[in-house]
Design a binder for this molecule. Structure first.
Ligand code: ARG
Length: 448
């Protein structure tokens, strides 16, 4: 056979692609990562062909054995990927040799690639959820280690009201729980195999049988939609972008907390880096990179969105551009989740710095308003009265509790006991020590 006809699609061509075209169009340099899914898909397809009598059971078994041997070679690093064979699909089929001659019956790379990619997203989605849960666990652990630490809560990055540090950390646990759900929701449940290139084929297949082999519970209902659909890629990328956003905010909080100005935490030396010039520096580079990498996660989502928009139905080669952003987002996100979980286990909380910040009586000005409201003063009037007291405190330097005591009696001054104030926050979702402890216990149990 000539080099041209050896290509799986070489029959109608008189010339091989130009070298520059070969380099430009190949995808095996990155889509080789789909090899496990490709092999699983091919085994299921071969069994399906045997089930309806297109190939014999013996042929299917031979194909399966061949594919498993190829997988072993790939995993042992002994497989030679050949860019001349374009992509992972044709590399594996070619490696099967003569056994593989019948494998591609009633199949196209168009339904093959979207099957592989759905499986990849499903598996990687699960792996991502595992990494998210590990980070949630690390946050819960840090909260548990520091249950008795109060910090100021901030709005506009101005001190607002006291909260437990654990409450702040649990806010991230809630975000990450939503993230984990988002990854679960985007998992493709429909198997596209049998859709062929665009319009199925004339050979009768048992599509549901094949789908079940691969763990799909349904089959796609429209062959054109099936081969042109990359929504599940967008779902993964969107879920990754939102998770990145949450990680970035967490990173930002940790960066602020580790400054000399805040001094709430110390990040373990092994999780920071130094400066080549300033010997005293200890920089939170891990957090900064996590924050910075979020840009890629957004970029990858936008790249695939943009690549897909305006494509006429159905498959277009543009869609090969879905993989690198997808792989990059998965790699970036998994690495960020893992390093954050590790780093949190090496964070020391400086309790006295936290306490000093949280003992600012201004944080409880709102509690004094509530105190006056309970005494029967209309809220707006109480807000105004306390505002005036705050102004006086700032002007005269007299602490707010003292002014409150003078004006409204000793009970008003007692409002400024931070632990009493926290315990009084009885609403579900508010940081009373009792509620926060219950939340820590709840998450501990859910996360195992
Ligand atoms: N490498 C291709 C991709 O990732 C596989 C599908 C190619 N199909 C085709 N008809 N050229 O999109």
């Amino acid at each position: 056979m000539s080099a041209v006809s050896q290509r799986t699609w070489g029959g109608r061509f008189a010339e091989s692609p130009a070298e520059i075209v070969r380099q430009f169009t190949e995808s095996v340099s990155f889509d080789w990562r789909l090899y496990r899914q490709d092999i699983a898909g091919s085994i299921a397809h071969a069994k399906g062909l045997a089930k309806v009598g297109i190939i014999t059971k013996a042929e299917a078994r031979k194909i399966e054995r061949g594919l498993r041997a190829i997988q072993k070679r790939i995993e042992a690093g002994q497989f030679q990927w050949d860019a001349a064979l374009e992509d992972v699909h044709m590399n594996i089929e070619a490696a099967l040799g003569s056994v593989g001659q019948k494998l591609h019956t009633a199949r196209s790379r168009n339904d093959q690639v979207t099957t592989d990619l759905r499986l990849w997203c499903r598996e990687t989605g699960r792996e991502t959820v595992v990494a998210i849960r590990e980070l949630m666990r690390a946050l819960v652990e840090l909260g548990e280690k520091n249950v008795a630490v109060v910090i100021p809560g901030y709005t506009h990055l101005q001190r607002a009201q006291p909260v437990l540090l654990a409450h702040h950390l649990l806010a991230y646990v809630e975000m990450l729980a939503r993230d984990a759900q988002r990854f679960g929701a985007g998992l493709a449940v429909q198997c596209p195999l049998g859709s062929g290139a665009i319009a199925g084929g004339t050979l009768r297949l048992d599509r549901l049988f094949v789908a079940r082999q691969l763990g799909f519970c349904e089959i796609t209902r429209n062959s054109m939609d099936a081969v042109g659909d990359r929504d599940y890629v967008l779902d993964y990328l969107y879920a990754a972008a939102v998770t990145g956003l949450h990680l970035s905010r967490l990173a930002e909080d940790l960066i602020l907390w580790s400054t000399a100005e805040f001094g709430f935490i110390r990040i373990g030396d092994a999780y920071t880096t130094g400066s080549s010039l300033m010997p005293q520096k200890k920089n939170p580079d891990v957090c900064e990179l996590v924050r910075g990498k979020t840009g890629r996660l957004y970029g990858n989502l936008v790249a695939v969105f943009t690549m897909l928009k305006g494509l006429p139905l159905t498959y277009n080669r543009d869609m090969q551009e879905d993989k690198e952003p997808l792989f990059d987002s998965a790699d970036t996100l998994l690495a960020s989740l893992r390093v954050m979980a590790d780093m949190l286990r090496h964070v020391q909380v400086n309790k006295s710095r936290c306490e000093a910040a949280a003992s600012d009586p201004m944080l409880l000005a709102t509690d004094l308003v509530d105190f006056l409201v309970k005494k029967g003063m209309p809220f707006r009037q109480a807000h105004h009265a306390v505002g005036a007291l705050v102004a006086e405190s700032e002007k005269t330097g007299t602490p707010l509790p003292q002014l409150a005591g003078r004006k409204y009696g000793a009970a008003a001054a007692r409002v400024f006991d931070v632990w009493r104030a926290l315990a009084a926050r009885l609403a579900v979702g508010a940081p009373s020590p009792k509620y926060v402890a219950a939340q820590l216990a709840r998450w501990r149990k859910l996360l195992g």
